[in-house]
Design a protein around this ligand. Structure first.
Ligand SMILES: C[S@@+](CC[C@H](N)C(=O)[O-])C[C@H]1O[C@@H](n2cnc3c(N)ncnc32)[C@H](O)[C@@H]1O
Length: 229
């Protein structure tokens, strides 16, 4: 996150996300309906492979936040002993239940309030979610709380561009994009937010191909909570 005015920036971004979600309950249904089709080109041109490569690292009791329609479900390896998928949006949740039937437990819950015990999870997964949660810091606090010592957060997130031109375009399109994508902040500074929340990160940059340029810059990898001082 930017230094100076951090709190104000975070508040504005939260307002954008909340306003977009609250204004458009009718669009929630439509968005869930078109979600897989809209993401399809990106999945074909690399995202599906990327999900698979990352999720190979999932181990033990694994909790996915904001699981959406369940695009990660086919990619979980056998080392995952229990899979729990959480999703707060009722339209997404219905699709998720169908896709995950017999493979995972599906729980309707926002990432800011995870209904799981402290230190009860080995792996947390977040793909394209930290841009959309209403309260990223609260979400990371919850992830820290539920992870066992030695547990890891695996993530694929689209982020603010490094280049000034694309970052400028992201800033211009922030509002319309959030309206379209149900509160998604196209220029979320996720790596900075992770560090500010006390996570050590091992992330590499990547590109989400065949998708709109405002969400093309990705970070992929893992983060671990640093011990509280
Ligand atoms: C862009 S979709 C990503 C879905 C899925 N993870 C994927 O990789 O395709 C963002 C998801 O985050 C969910 N979401 C929105 N607000 C959330 C919150 N506060 N906590 C958890 N998930 C949230 C949305 O309902 C949606 O399913």
């Amino acid at each position: 996150m930017r230094s100076g005015g951090d709190a104000g920036h975070a508040r504005r971004m939260t307002d954008i996300a909340l306003a977009a979600k609250e204004r458009q309950t009718w669009w929630a249904t439509g968005f869930a309906l078109i979600y897989d089709t809209t993401l399809r080109p990106g999945e074909v041109f690399g995202m599906s492979r990327r999900r698979s490569e990352l999720l190979r690292e999932a181990r033990g009791r694994t909790l996915e936040i904001g699981a959406g329609t369940g695009l990660n479900v086919p990619h979980y390896p056998k080392d995952v002993t229990e899979l729990i998928l959480t999703e707060p949006d009722p339209s997404m949740y219905r699709k998720l239940r169908r896709r995950a039937a017999g493979r995972a437990t599906v729980v309707a819950a926002p990432a800011e309030r995870l209904p799981f015990a402290d230190g009860s999870v080995d792996t947390v997964v977040s793909t394209l979610v930290l841009c959309t949660v209403s309260e990223p810091r609260a979400t990371l606090g919850e992830i820290r709380r539920v992870l066992r010592p030695g547990g890891r957060l695996l993530l694929i997130e689209h982020v603010r561009a490094h280049g000034r031109v694309l970052a400028g375009v992201q800033r211009l399109l922030r509002g319309p994009w959030a309206s379209f994508a149900r509160g998604c902040r196209c220029d979320q500074e996720t790596e900075e937010i992770l560090r500010a929340a006390g996570f050590e990160t091992d992330l590499r940059p990547a590109r989400w191909r065949a998708m709109p340029p405002v969400v093309a810059p990705l970070v992929v990898g893992r983060a671990v909570p640093t011990p509280a001082p």
